[in-house]
Ligand binder design. Structure first.
Ligand SMILES: Nc1nc2c(ncn2[C@@H]2O[C@H](COP(=O)(O)OP(=O)(O)OP(=O)(O)O)[C@@H](O)[C@H]2O)c(=O)[nH]1
Ligand SMILES: [Mg+2]
Length: 300
């Protein structure tokens, strides 16, 4: 099970890994260090992490016989894992934990709501959806379709209804029915439009009226294939609502799998889960070590 889990992560990140693993399989000289730097930047690790990885791989090769034996890839994975280490609190546990999913259009919020439920249902947890995307006509139906497949109740509103009112109803219903997780799927929005962000803040405020400690988590769903372009989005959402976590989707098949590190470093927000495909089971709790090894092509 764990092996399969790691394999999926590794194959998902293989495009990023392919670009660097060749360079990390042999001694690093000045020329290959430059090539490595170029590849790491192309994979969107960002300049700071890129330099740390290059320095670590060079040092490992020069100074230390056992590191030399393990190879530059091990040194690179360690540098990446270190770059991701944050003082991270565990995900809030409340008898009815309210999780708000935010993000730009198409980031993967609705799919992630379904995946999260599938994940928690496996742990015998009860989930309930709030279909707070009342903006896009088909959005409620998309969530309904997922809910039907995985057996989750949805609280929704009519097209054009107030998203905050739907959130309120969903939280009340979830608490009344003893749901362990209440997942609020919100409408995709342009992070550059302040009135849209104001609407999100209203969802946050009204949710707290339904349950004073809610929303317990505000997770930004980020399309991992957009690479470093997502950083600015994440920054604005964070300033606007105060994020408590990230979910990075579409890490399967992207060559920009390093951007996750750049985002975590800059915003100091933990990655909670990653998406490595479109199916409900293609969501994994984020583990820095597994990610760091996969992204340079190493095995578990
Ligand atoms: N390959 C891959 N595709 C994904 C992943 N997560 C989501 N998708 C796909 O991305 C597309 C958009 O996903 P949605 O869940 O509808 O995105 P959204 O953020 O809810 O979009 P809006 O409601 O329009 O804002 C769908 O085709 C999903 O199947 C992933 O981890 N990997
Ligand atoms: Mg959606």
């Amino acid at each position: 099970m764990l092996g399969g889990f790691f394999q999926r992560l590794k194959s998902g990140l293989s495009r990023t890994a392919e670009a660097v693993s060749n360079l990390l399989s042999k001694p690093i000289d000045a020329q290959s260090a430059e090539a490595l730097r170029t590849q790491l930047l192309a994979a969107d690790f960002g300049p700071v992490t890129t330099e740390e990885i290059v320095t670590a791989t060079q040092a490992a090769w020069k100074n230390n016989a056992s590191a030399r034996q393990a190879g530059p890839a091990e040194a690179a994975a360690e540098a990446i894992e270190k770059a991701l280490s944050l003082p991270t609190a565990p995900v809030t546990t409340h008898p009815s934990t309210v999780i708000m999913l935010l993000g730009v259009n198409g980031a993967g919020k609705t799919t992630t709501a379904a995946k999260l439920s599938a994940h928690w249902q496996q742990q015998q947890k009860k989930c309930l959806f709030g279909a707070c995307d009342t903006f896009r006509a088909a959005a409620g139906e998309q969530l309904q379709a997922w809910a039907g497949r995985i057996g989750v109740e949805v609280i929704g509103g009519a097209h054009g209804a107030d998203a905050a009112a739907v959130a309120f109803d969903a939280v009340k219903a979830g608490v009344a029915r003893g749901a362990d997780y209440i997942i609020l799927d919100t409408a995709g929005r342009l992070h550059t439009k302040s009135h849209l962000l104001e609407e999100l803040r209203k969802v946050v405020r009204v949710t707290a009226k339904a349950l004073p400690t809610a929303p317990h988590e505000k997770w930004l769903v980020v399309d991992g294939s957009l690479g470093i372009n997502s950083l600015e989005q994440a920054r604005i959402f964070h300033e606007s609502v105060g994020l408590t976590g990230l979910i990075v989707t579409k890490l399967d098949g992207t060559a920009k799998g390093g951007a996750l590190v750049a985002i975590v470093r800059e915003l100091k927000i933990p990655v909670r889960f990653i998406g490595v495909g479109e199916k409900p089971e293609d969501l994994q709790p984020f583990e820095a070590r597994a990610y760091a090894r996969s992204v340079v092509g190493l095995s578990a």
